[in-house]
Design a binder for this molecule. Structure first.
Ligand code: ZN
Length: 109
């Protein structure tokens, strides 16, 4: 799979696990409907949970910002060690309150 092809695949089929088009409502591999909302709390908030844990444990390294595609501020955060801790706390509050956004401005929650 080359990078261009990867870019067209937006999500994974919850039934067979194959990567499929973001717009697909029915998995072309197994025929299962994939437009349905995620079944579990963890699935629904997976990104949020990962970002929260990353910020909590390795916040000063800016990993949670790299994870959501905010590379510029991620590097800045790494260089300043999370704005000497203050920036990490601000990010943590934003994440917990559901106001943290990814590189596309989408709320992570
Ligand atoms: Zn499938």
């Amino acid at each position: 799979m080359d990078l261009k092809e990867q870019g067209q695949h937006g999500k994974y089929c919850h039934s067979c696990g194959k990567s499929i088009s973001k717009q697909a409502e029915i998995c072309p591999y197994c025929g299962v409907r994939v437009g349905a909302p995620p079944s579990s709390y963890f699935e629904e908030h997976r990104t949020w949970i990962i970002v929260l844990l990353l910020c909590l444990f390795v916040g000063p390294l800016g990993i949670h910002r790299f994870f959501v595609g905010k590379r510029g501020t991620g590097i800045l955060m790494l260089l300043t060690l999370g704005g000497f801790g203050i920036w990490v706390i601000i990010d943590l509050i934003l994440i917990v309150t559901g106001n943290f956004t990814d590189a596309n401005g989408m709320i992570i929650y």
